[in-house]
Design a protein around this ligand. Structure first.
Ligand SMILES: [Zn+2]
Length: 475
């Protein structure tokens, strides 16, 4: 099972002066595939991996004993909205557009900065617990500077790596009119945020975001593309998540975007559930990348993204947990499992996707989508030390490591998480955040949002579907 990867062979022991050493583990570098492993000590200095050696007693300031454990790159949650976590439990039983208009567009304006801070913190805590080290996060109401700043403060405090997409809409639908802001002002604000954050926290970078292509004017969209190209960052847009969003002005949304010169290698298209091979080939030709959110797509009954077609077109794809209130989890293990299962179901083919591909999507794919592939997504010398340690004993018995990680693991097996060389969870104990306190505060904050937003109300029960007879006493 132990075969050195090309990156491992090239490594030289760099001496003993390191900040952190992870000793005795089985390393999955994710360099060539998900099955090559090696027994190695991972050496970390100044936040970066500086060696993969056989040394068992390195002189390190901090040592993590990973004997009997797996050392993997941390997961990249390429598309998420962390602060939506406070609205958990409110989305079930709503159809997509009702979900947007009756819940999201009402509850989000009711957020206060403190709510966003607590939600962002708790989201990060859950992310770290299941081995996520990088997020591609955004706040739907990008024009609310207080929410943007609070969200970023939450990520900073947690110690997560992030590309934060500052959203804007200059032509939103009526139900979202509180989100409207002039394009010039929004784009200037995004540039100011990029400049302001440039020296604040090297782990967190800024991109731009557009909720939907038809929520902005084509001119504003084009200027946003220019902005992210000039700053070498990314522009996130939700694309064809539901069938109703496939056409704009009677034209397929991909063709509409091509006509307006909006396709760019810096563009990240979230969902793409309803795109077919001709459109996917156009995205591929423009080197647009995709993030896939199978749990949200299932929860909201959007449909199943055609992963096989996306991969066949040669598109880079990452995986995301999306709205933490529309699937109600923040966990890349369950995301991989759901993604693999809905893909097999869609294709009615048990060979439709391999666990290796799912693991690559959840790590290297997401890193490339966010423009961070030189930094994260794999374990090699020179990359950032974003690493997770998994207790293999909790997966026993298993025959195939990749398959076990995709189908058996729940996230509870993640023991230790390192981001940029800093240990943020050790032996299941969060270092940067107080989860118990956060849960208490989040419960209070959620109650406030529900009350001020006027959301909540009666939920579905068995009387609204065909399950009522199951509660009747047997005769
Ligand atoms: Zn989203």
């Amino acid at each position: 099972m132990t075969r050195p990867t090309p990156s491992a062979r090239a490594v030289r022991a760099p001496g003993a002066d390191v900040d952190l050493a992870i000793v005795g583990g089985t390393v999955v570098p994710m360099v060539r595939n998900a099955r090559d492993t090696l027994r190695a000590t991972v050496l970390v200095r100044d936040g970066r991996i500086v060696g993969l050696t056989r040394e068992r007693r390195p002189k390190a300031r901090e040592v993590i004993d990973a004997t009997g454990k797996l050392v993997m790159p941390g997961f990249v949650n390429a598309h998420c909205h962390g602060i939506h976590l406070l609205m958990r439990g409110l989305s079930d039983g709503l159809r997509y557009h009702d979900w947007l208009e009756q819940l999201m567009y009402r509850a989000l304006p009711a957020y206060r900065a403190q709510d966003a801070l607590v939600a962002s913190n708790l989201f990060c805590a859950e992310a770290i617990r299941s081995g996520i080290t990088t997020i591609g996060d955004s706040t739907d109401f990008g024009n609310r500077a207080d929410l943007v700043e609070a969200t970023l403060a939450g990520i900073d405090a947690a110690g997560l790596r992030a590309l934060y997409f500052r959203n804007f809409s200059d032509a939103p639908p009526r139900a979202l009119r509180a989100n409207r802001e002039p394009a010039g002002r929004a784009l200037a604000d995004i540039e100011a945020l990029i400049a302001r954050r440039a020296t604040r926290n090297p782990l967190v970078r800024i991109g731009a975001g557009v909720n939907e292509p038809h929520f902005v004017t084509p001119g504003a969209f084009r200027r946003a593309v220019d902005l992210v190209e000039a700053h070498d960052t990314r522009l996130m847009v939700h694309l064809a998540e539901v069938e109703a969003d496939v056409l704009i002005d009677g034209v397929n949304v991909v063709d509409w975007m091509r006509q307006h010169r909006l396709l760019s290698p810096k563009l990240v298209a979230a969902h793409c559930v309803w795109l077919r091979p001709p459109q996917l080939r156009k995205l591929a030709a423009a080197r647009v990348s995709i993030t896939w959110q199978p749990s949200t797509n299932a929860f909201l009954a959007d449909g199943v993204m055609p992963l096989r077609d996306v991969l066949a077109a040669g598109i880079t794809v990452g995986l995301g947990t999306d709205d933490s209130n529309a699937s109600d989890h923040v966990n890349m293990f369950t995301e991989m499992r759901t993604g693999a299962m809905v893909t097999k179901l869609r294709e009615r083919d048990g060979t439709a996707v391999s666990p290796d591909t799912m693991l690559a999507i959840a790590t290297r794919g997401g890193a490339r989508v966010l423009g961070l592939d030189a930094e994260v997504g794999a374990i090699s010398v020179g990359r950032a030390a974003d690493l997770i340690v998994i207790d293999l004993a909790q997966l026993a018995p298993f025959q195939d490591l990749a398959s076990a990680l995709v189908y058996q693991a729940t996230g509870a097996e993640v023991e230790t998480v390192v981001i940029g060389g800093r240990v943020v969870m050790r032996d299941r104990v969060l270092i940067t955040l107080d989860e118990v306190k956060l849960r208490r505060e989040a419960a209070k904050a959620a109650a406030g949002v529900v009350e001020r937003g006027g959301v909540g109300g009666p939920r579905r029960d068995a009387s609204t579907d065909a399950g009522k007879h199951l509660f009747a006493d047997a005769s």
